[in-house]
Design a protein around this ligand. Structure first.
Ligand code: IPM
Ligand code: MG
Length: 355
């Protein structure tokens, strides 16, 4: 019996999570998975009402579950940074989810913005470091509000933090068994301390994986290659900030934020699964947002729980809905509402006979 914590969160979060849970219910009864879910109302709404973002006791409860399923965090009524830091980043950090795994997969070339690229060209994963770098929140102000102001924001990179995420990337490339190639995405020509450490660790770890090819590109060049030759990539490993940026670009190659899923992983602890698109406030409550990213994130959750058959089935159903039904992957243009897309995935799951 799995214990699943559900955090619908803000904006369109609740709408897409609802569709994900529909799919979880369908696939679970189909392949015989038992779970118990508990919903946590961590959100802007709750913060505005109570002044509290997340209590320590909730944080402790979340340390005891098997997985967390998250919708979205962020609301225009709350100053940027509060909810992000005290919900999303707090969970990533305190649960030590040191890998942010973000697949970039094109299910249907109709939705790729790149000319002359198709499904076989866009199939790689970004392994984003998820607990360090510029996201640590280290820094401060001097003489704030004056013309002599100084603002410092530091990037923290530790041997332990870099080593474990780089090792994960190599192991993942081996397990994926596709091109078996890991590309380090950095900026060794400017960030001469941080990426010096990354480069040394990368080369050390790579020596234990003689069957995996290595490559290096600066982050700006990675952006260029992602557009020009995405077929060169298999696994990209990078720091927190660069990973954040290149995965939005990656989402566009897949057809948009509506299809891009991600997993915040602690392979030894509690992991959290989320669509990477954010709360999209302007679409809230309209039943027009694409729930497939959230449904794919649910598929990743099943995979990491070890429910490989269920995970595969969800991925196949999503792929079929994209290829056979949708007119577009974008909000309001799919040809279906949010809940209809969820129903379609369930329909495809149920008619796929090979259980
Ligand atoms: C993401 C988001 C978050 C991040 C924000 C909401 C803090 O952009 O998951 O990519 O920067 O990590
Ligand atoms: Mg982001």
């Amino acid at each position: 019996m799995y214990k699943i914590a559900v955090i619908p969160g803000d904006g369109i979060g609740p709408e897409v999570v609802k569709e994900g849970l529909k799919v979880l219910e369908a696939v679970s009864s189909q392949v015989g998975i038992e779970y118990e879910k508990r919903v946590y109302d961590l959100s802007a709404e709750r913060y505005l009402k109570t002044g509290e973002v997340m209590s320590d006791s909730v944080m402790n409860e979340l340390k005891q579950v098997d997985a967390i399923y998250l919708g979205a965090v962020g609301d225009p009524r709350v100053k940027p940074g509060i909810l992000e830091r005290e919900i999303l980043l707090r969970l990533r950090f305190e649960l030590d989810q040191y890998v942010n795994l973000r697949p970039v997969v094109l299910y249907d070339k109709r939705f790729c913005p790149l000319k002359e690229k198709s499904e076989e060209d866009i199939d790689f994963v970004v392994v984003r470091e998820n607990t360090e770098g510029l996201y640590c929140g280290t820094g401060g102000f001097l003489r704030k509000g004056t013309k002599e102001e100084v603002a410092v924001q530091e990037s923290i990179n530790t041997y332990k933090g870099v080593e474990r995420v780089v090792r994960f990337a190599f192991e993942y490339a081996r397990k994926r068994n596709k091109k078996k190639k890991v590309t380090l995405c950095g900026k060794t020509n400017v960030l001469t301390y941080a990426f010096d450490l990354w480069e040394r660790v990368f080369s050390q770890v790579s020596s234990e994986f003689p069957d995996v090819q290595t490559d290096y590109a600066h982050v700006d060049a990675v952006c260029m290659w992602m557009v020009k030759n995405p077929e060169w990539f298999d696994v990209i490993v990078t720091d927190n900030m660069f990973g954040d940026i290149i995965t939005d670009l990656g989402a566009m190659l897949q057809g948009g934020m509506g299809i891009a899923a991600g997993a915040n992983l602690n392979p030894q602890g509690v992991s959290m699964f989320e669509p990477i698109g954010g709360s999209a406030p302007k679409y809230t409550g309209k039943n027009v947002i694409n729930p497939l990213a959230a449904i794919s994130a649910l598929g990743m959750m099943l995979d990491f729980l070890g429910e490989k058959v269920a995970a595969k089935r969800v991925e196949e159903a999503v792929r079929k809905v994209v290829r056979e039904k949708l007119k577009s992957l974008s909000a309001g243009k799919m040809g279906y509402t949010t809940s209809e897309v969820g129903n379609l995935v369930v329909e495809y799951l149920l008619k796929d006979e090979k259980v």
